[in-house]
Design a protein around this ligand. Structure first.
Ligand SMILES: C[S@@+](CC[C@H](N)C(=O)[O-])C[C@H]1O[C@@H](n2cnc3c(N)ncnc32)[C@H](O)[C@@H]1O
Length: 379
């Protein structure tokens, strides 16, 4: 079957590599999504094992519509009894881009009306709406006049791994955090440090990668589990095989933050996915942190605070650069920030730069290899 896997802008290539590793075929990166083909096992593995995926969609049909009325009529053309019973529940989500359909909520409502009206006419009974855990979640992707209708096999966005018990002031999205780690190439063969870890998201995702832990190990619900063709035996096999691949960490995984509350939350979140002793947490200011001596493959990833207090940020970013040069020799450091002005104050030459989005904020994700010897100054 055809699959469309959604992700963040900038992570399409990483996701394509992840899809290849789980046996998907005909992989084609698109804008904020990757299209591919796979069987039911690939569908289950995609939901359970992909780290940078947000939703795994199974396309049903597509059409062109010039307005809401036409969209309603086209939605009624499909035989919805193929995927849903009148006694079951549904939810409809929509994403719209372009000039024709501007209100995604209204599009979703029209599409839902078309489906339930068809059931009422055919069976005298209609499925009811359940936005939380419906039997079937339908996704409409509308670009201009082109409408793609899919089944959403994930149900809830896959960034919700189930380990975030409490948030912090600015937690990074879990799928984005995993993308940062995969882009850095970190694979567990060296130490990993986030010196401004907040609620621990980047360290937890790095720990999962280092220990080959499936990202959804803490999550119970997936949309496809209520589908008519759900294969419980195959699903249990996918879980068993993924868990069998887990290995203990070989090196230090360290999350530090100067805020005690953040460190406490990070530890609690990590415990949910079974990381009790695997990750070291420290309440320390970045300037006092003394990381383990680098071995090959050691990586530091962090997202420092970035806000409107530009002047404060700029001075602070200079200090970050100084700390990196003094105490993280031998590490590959990666920083993500929307404050490009402040990033210039790091004082190190970036070997690579990616543009990524942390929510609505356009960010730069920079790689600073911290060679031993005299650190290379930015020109
Ligand atoms: C943008 S948040 C990080 C969010 C984190 N990635 C998460 O997912 O929760 C920035 C963090 O840097 C921490 N921080 C700021 N200045 C610091 C310093 N001098 N030393 C250590 N941590 C610091 C803050 O306490 C905050 O938790």
């Amino acid at each position: 079957m055809e699959l469309i896997v959604k992700t963040f802008k900038g992570l399409e290539q990483v996701l394509a590599q992840e899809l290849e590793a789980i046996g998907a075929r005909q992989i084609l990166p698109k804008n904020r999504a990757v299209r591919c083909e796979g069987d039911q096992q690939v569908l289950y593995r995609a939901n359970y094992e992909l780290r940078t995926a947000l939703r795994v969609l199974v396309p049903l049909f597509s059409f062109f519509a010039a307005d809401e009325e036409e969209l309603y009529l086209q939605m009624r053309q499909f035989n919805w009894a193929e995927v849903l019973q009148p006694t079951e529940t549904l939810a409809v989500d929509a994403f719209t881009a372009g000039e024709v359909f501007r209100h995604s909520k209204y599009v979703a409502l029209k599409a839902k009306d078309a489906i339930v009206d068809q059931f009422r006419d055919k069976f005298g009974q209609r499925p009811s709406v359940d936005v939380a855990q419906p039997t079937v979640r339908i996704h409409l992707h509308v670009t201009g006049t082109e409408c793609q209708v899919s089944l959403d096999s994930s149900g809830e966005s896959l960034h919700r791994r189930g380990y975030r018990l409490e948030g912090g002031p600015a937690p990074i999205n879990e799928a984005l955090a995993a993308g940062l780690v995969l882009l850095s190439g970190y694979d567990g063969s060296g130490h990993f440090v986030d010196p401004m870890c907040g609620t621990g998201t980047i360290v937890i995702e790095a720990a999962m990668i280092a220990t080959r832990t499936p990202p959804q190990i803490g999550r119970k619900w997936f949309g496809f589990k209520s589908w008519r063709d759900f294969d419980g035996k195959l699903w249990r096999r996918v879980l068993r095989e993924a868990k069998k691949r887990r290995t203990p960490p070989r090196h230090v995984l360290l999350g530090a933050d100067r805020d005690m509350r953040a460190v406490r939350t990070a530890r609690k979140n990590a415990n949910v996915v079974g990381f009790i002793d695997e990750i070291r947490w420290e309440q320390t200011d970045l300037r006092q942190l003394r990381p383990p001596r680098a071995i090959p493959g050691s990586v530091l990833i962090t997202n420092p605070p970035y806000n409107e207090r530009l002047a404060i940020d700029e001075a602070f970013y200079k200090q970050i650069g100084d700390v990196l040069k003094q105490h993280f020799v031998g590490y590959d450091a990666w920083l993500i920030s929307s404050n490009r002005q402040a990033m210039k104050r790091i004082g190190l030459r970036a070997a690579a730069k990616y543009t990524l989005y942390n929510g609505p904020l356009e960010c730069t994700y920079n790689h600073y290899p911290l060679f031993s010897g005299k650190p290379e100054e930015a020109s």
